[in-house]
Design a protein around this ligand. Structure first.
Ligand SMILES: Nc1ncnc2c1ncn2[C@@H]1O[C@H](COP(=O)(O)OP(=O)(O)OP(=O)(O)O)[C@@H](O)[C@H]1O
Length: 361
């Protein structure tokens, strides 16, 4: 999280240059704090109307990247272009104030004595073409709190107010740092509905999140940062495909000879005995492009077996990209890169579209 207190008085935006398809272009971005490099040569682009998510472990450099994009800190190297216009070196927050970009502030930036509506009117006054405040309050489910002071809101309500302060600017690019953290599932869904409506109107989003399921479902493209470097980027499906081994069937059974029979049926490379986990019967996994067939085979051979099908998720890919994945999750070694996962032909077996083409570095 970050503060938005540092900002320039001088607007620094301009129309996108003809032929520039990107609302945001980040190139070779490096952010240092003293001797420490928090962001190391990171580059990505975000197209008009996209929702682009930044993922990474705590301390990976997401907030530092966002702060540099918003012009809140001066990068040690690299460039940030918003609507085709490069932020001038040394100028902080220029694009933000000029109406090209708005940024979700952190909770400590709320004035505790200002009411919800007052807060939003104050933020709206900073932008050239703000959204109508009452409608936004309604969209975010804060109508009955419109005259409540910020300090009296619950944590989740404050989070919704912060999202509203970013959206009220009606800017082409909106930057959100963990927008749904602390929201209950209903509020989170409402927040995404608001984001999606803004996107349908042409707004572009750059956001950071730790919510893997949300990122997989809601973001058009993602970048995973690891220790300040860009580990991989692409659509959620591309990233899952490039970093996981495809679907895995886990079988727990004491039946004599089942492991040997499974190896004969599915191949020795596909069947892996798993170390004992203290949970009773021995386990093995079958990595397969046709998991339903493997499930049916195991259940027929060993009716008492505990057979579970695991389709790879973005969380598996994230774990593979940023650390060690637990056994049996079907993750491929991180270094295997694009195309490591086998495509699932059967629709029921597909853990998402198998688009391919994600870039893994
Ligand atoms: N002002 C600062 N001075 C020194 N080091 C900093 C400063 N801000 C961040 N860092 C360091 O830079 C690294 C990246 O921090 P950053 O806040 O960008 O990570 P993050 O990915 O947003 O993490 P989180 O998910 O925990 O919010 C961390 O090691 C952090 O300690």
């Amino acid at each position: 999280m970050f503060s938005i207190q540092e900002r320039s008085e001088s607007p620094d935006t301009g129309a996108a240059e003809p032929g520039d398809p990107h609302v945001l272009e980040v190139g070779e971005l490096t952010v240092r704090y003293g001797d420490f490099t928090a962001v190391n040569n990171v580059g990505f682009t975000v197209g008009r109307g996209e929702i682009f998510g930044l993922l990474g472990r705590n301390g990976a450099g997401k907030t530092s990247t966002i702060a540099a994009v918003a012009g809140l800190l001066q990068p040690a190297a690299g460039h940030v272009r918003v609507l085709g216009r490069q932020l001038e070196p040394g100028r902080r927050g220029g694009a933000w104030l000029g109406g090209a970009l708005s940024l979700q502030p952190q909770k400590t930036s709320l004035f505790p004595r200002l009411q919800v509506e007052e807060t939003l009117r104050m933020w709206a006054s900073l932008y050239p073409d703000p959204r109508p405040v009452p409608a936004l309050i309604d969209e975010l489910g804060l109508t009955d709190k419109a005259r409540t002071r910020a300090a009296r809101l619950s944590g989740g309500q404050q989070q919704r107010l912060l999202l509203a302060t970013a959206l009220v600017g009606n800017t082409p690019l909106v930057v959100l740092d963990e927008p749904t953290t602390g929201l209950d599932p209903h509020a989170s869904r409402d927040a995404w509905a608001v984001i999606n409506r803004a996107r349908a109107g042409g707004t572009t989003f750059l956001l950071s999140t730790h919510a893997m399921a949300e990122a997989e479902e809601r973001c058009d493209r993602l970048a995973i940062l690891h220790e300040g470097r860009l580990r991989t980027s692409g659509t959620p499906a591309q990233i899952v495909r490039s970093l996981t081994r495809g679907s895995t069937v886990t079988v727990r059974s004491s039946q004599e000879g089942l492991l040997r029979a499974a190896r004969a049926e599915f191949g020795t490379d596909a069947v892996r005995a798993e170390p004992g986990d203290g949970g009773g019967a021995p386990r093995f996994t079958v990595a397969t492009e046709r998991p339903e067939r493997a499930v049916a085979w195991c259940e027929e051979r060993s009716p008492e077996a505990d057979v579970r099908l695991h389709r790879p998720t973005l969380e598996d890919a994230f774990l593979a990209a940023t650390g060690t994945a637990p056994a049996g999750t079907g993750t491929a070694p991180a270094a295997t890169g694009t195309g490591a996962a086998a495509a699932d032909d059967a629709p029921a077996a597909a853990g998402g579209a198998r688009a391919g083409g994600g870039s893994t570095r």
